[in-house]
Design a protein around this ligand. Structure first.
Ligand code: PEP
Length: 252
């Protein structure tokens, strides 16, 4: 059975370290029992150093929700990939739609992806159309977004990159995208990746789906959507739901 990747994007939750530690402990205990699933938790920055103990890292990878494109310097409020690597962070989400809607361009995303890779960390690059039209123009827009966001990735590092396909309209929504449509989109994304990296390298890039995942729909999306794993938002801080999700995904 292929190993799946489940990324929990906690966003700006929860508001106390006590609650964050409680959620993390439950996830870690569950993750230790999984055979075919790698769990990566992306908490808010202030909690990261509390979670990256060497013991925890055996079962749960720790990711950040963003990083700046420079290593150090006069950039008030920013956090660099080098700092995150020093803490033991293995993954960084880059270009989440909530950041893109706050003004982050493909060019900024591309620079961040480059500096995350240079720090030896896996970028989880979020891409996805804002809306769909009946002429298929959203496919062109998605292709451009992927190509621009990965513009600074050397072909040989294709295997280090994780793409999270997150149609913006399916994030924070009631329902995820239909699994059969996710499969079509996965094929499309792999074709774009083959254009960028070449066929062989493109097959080494991990492709996740994200958008309104819960424990009920997760197994179907993995099996019928033919993705390598999931990026989970709200459900990742809902302890019972996320534990059920991990159990269910591990056996498909
Ligand atoms: C996200 O924000 O990346 C996400 C997938 O959110 P949700 O699961 O809550 O739709």
């Amino acid at each position: 059975m292929k190993r799946k990747i489940i990324v929990g994007n906690w966003k700006m939750n929860p508001t106390t370290l006590e609650e964050a530690s409680h959620i993390f402990k439950k996830v870690k205990n569950m993750a230790q029992k999984l055979n075919y699933t790698h769990v990566i938790i992306c908490p808010p920055f202030p909690y990261i150093s509390k979670f990256v103990s060497s013991k925890a890292k055996i079962s749960v990878g720790i990711g950040a929700q963003d990083a700046f494109s420079e290593e150090s310097g006069s950039f008030t409020g920013e956090v660099s990939p080098a700092m995150l690597r020093d803490l033991g962070v293995s993954h960084v989400i880059v270009g989440h739609s909530e950041r893109r809607s706050a003004g982050e361009s493909d060019e900024v995303v591309a620079k961040k992806v480059q500096s995350v890779l240079e720090a030896g960390i896996h970028p989880i690059v979020c891409v996805g159309e804002k809306e769909r039209d009946s002429h298929g123009l959203y496919l062109d827009a998605l292709k451009v977004q992927i190509k621009n966001s990965l513009a600074k990735v050397p072909k040989k590092l294709a295997s280090q990159v994780i793409i999270a396909y997150e149609p913006v309209w399916a994030i924070d929504a009631k329902e995820p995208m239909e699994p059969s449509v996710i499969e079509e989109m996965t094929i499309f994304i792999r074709k774009v990746l083959a254009d960028i990296f070449g066929q062989e390298n493109a097959l080494k890039t991990t492709v996740l789906y994200g958008g309104s995942i819960n424990f009920r729909n997760a197994p179907d999306i993995i099996t019928r959507g033919k993705v390598d794993g999931l990026l989970v938002g709200r459900e990742s801080v809902n302890i019972p739901g996320f534990i059920e999700l991990l159990k269910a995904v591990d056996v498909v």
